[in-house]
Design a protein around this ligand. Structure first.
Ligand code: MUC
Ligand code: MG
Length: 386
């Protein structure tokens, strides 16, 4: 029965293009702009919910692009949800699960907006809808990806000095394995015991590359390697996880709970990078977390470099998780030249703090939204590999 008071009246989507503070060099693309898809849901009682669905590097990271996320929401998800009871979040997740295959980031964006609206109407943070926060702050990594070792070292030293980050993820996989290992070793030597150094290969290596790579990285004091080979190569991931002490983390291999189960069954990782967007929403991400916990794996809060909005949503869920052995990388807003929230997320003492306030705890800054909206008339350069 539709509750006329909380009926879903309107679902609006918009694309924002926000420049990054420096080029972010990944194995598959160089980002100079981050593109976020925002969702705003209006309910019949006048309440609102906001959500975000964001990917990395256009279509170079995964199967969804910002434009496909927006079109999946506008063309297929919204019409199915309009007129439904906004409080029935599980009903909405299940209906969209039946009507729309894949498109996890689009589903996540809408689901976040539904949880946000529900939390605001109930006067509680979304973490409470997931049983309550057990952490007020979480350790937060920074990604060194300027493309230059000296710049990365200077950046790392400044982050340690200002107590902003002491966990660094290095993006590698674009150069040769030998060059990458030398780059990582230089950075680890420079930061020493003051920081944890990890790498993300974003699937760039063959199994043979990865054997050499893991051996070298391990000797250099690197603690973890994220998604060294393609997502579907679970046997290769299992060999690498078994063969080296360095932890192997699954990222691109984890698209929701079904993948989580397959990775566990194939012993294809030591750690899960759990991403809300890639999992298909907060609920599915909580299921991925539960599978990782049940299998005794390490957990890490992963990001798609969302703005403060998506970051706030992720913090609501991860604040409820008992143990995040490897911390989080919820630094997305810090990579952008501008803050789009009225109240920025707080980063201090090597941690990110869970925002206070009801719903996901984020309010948009209307002037920034108006400025960065793609349909606001500014010209945008498409993301291409460099
Ligand atoms: C990824 O693959 O993990 C997360 C942090 C970052 O710098 O890029 C991402 C994507
Ligand atoms: Mg990754």
């Amino acid at each position: 029965m539709v509750n006329s008071v909380t009926k879903i009246d309107q679902i609006e989507t918009m694309i924002l293009d926000v420049p990054t503070i420096r080029g972010h060099v990944l194995s598959m693309a160089t980002m100079r702009t981050q593109t976020a898809v925002l969702v705003k849901i209006r309910f019949a009682d006048g309440s609102e919910g906001i959500g975000e669905g964001t990917t990395i590097g256009g279509l170079s990271y995964g199967a969804e692009s910002p434009e496909s996320i927006q079109s999946a929401i506008a063309t297929y998800i919204s019409p199915a949800l309009l007129g439904r009871d906004g409080n029935d979040v599980n009903g909405a997740i299940q209906l969209i699960g039946r009507l729309v295959k894949g498109n996890r980031i689009a589903k996540a964006a809408v689901e976040i907006a539904l949880w946000d609206g529900l939390g605001k109407r109930l006067g509680v943070p979304v973490s409470q809808l997931f049983g309550g926060a057990v952490h007020e702050k979480l350790p937060v990594a920074w990604t060194l990806a300027s493309g230059n070792s000296d710049t990365d070292i200077a950046e790392a030293e400044e982050m340690i000095e200002t107590r902003r980050h002491n966990i660094f993820k290095l993006k590698i996989g674009k150069r040769s394995v030998r060059e990458d290992v030398a780059h990582v070793a230089r950075i680890k030597k420079a930061v020493g015991d003051a920081a944890s150094v990890r790498v993300d290969v974003n699937t760039a290596w063959s199994l043979q590359d990865a054997r050499w790579g893991l051996k070298g990285l391990q000797d250099a004091g690197c603690e973890l390697v994220e998604q060294p080979v393609q997502a579907r190569y679970r046997k290769a991931m299992a060999e690498l996880a078994r063969g080296y002490e360095i932890a192997v983390m699954a990222d691109e291999a984890l698209n929701g709970p079904e993948d989580a189960l397959a990775v566990v069954a194939g012993r294809a990782a030591d750690v899960f990078a759990v991403k809300v967007a890639q999992s298909g929403g907060l609920k599915r991400a909580s299921e991925v977390i539960a599978i990782g916990e049940a299998a005794g794996l390490g957990l890490y809060g992963g990001t798609m470099l969302e703005t403060g909005l998506g970051t706030a949503a992720a913090l609501q869920l991860f604040a409820t998780v008992e143990r995040l052995h490897w911390g989080t990388e919820f630094f997305g807003p810090l990579l952008l030249t501008d803050e789009i929230l009225a109240e920025p997320i707080v980063y201090r003492d090597f941690c990110v703090e869970t925002p206070k306030g009801n719903g996901i705890g984020a309010t948009l800054d209307p002037d920034k939204i108006a400025f960065f909206r793609r349909d606001g008339g500014r010209t945008v350069k498409a993301v291409v590999g460099e």
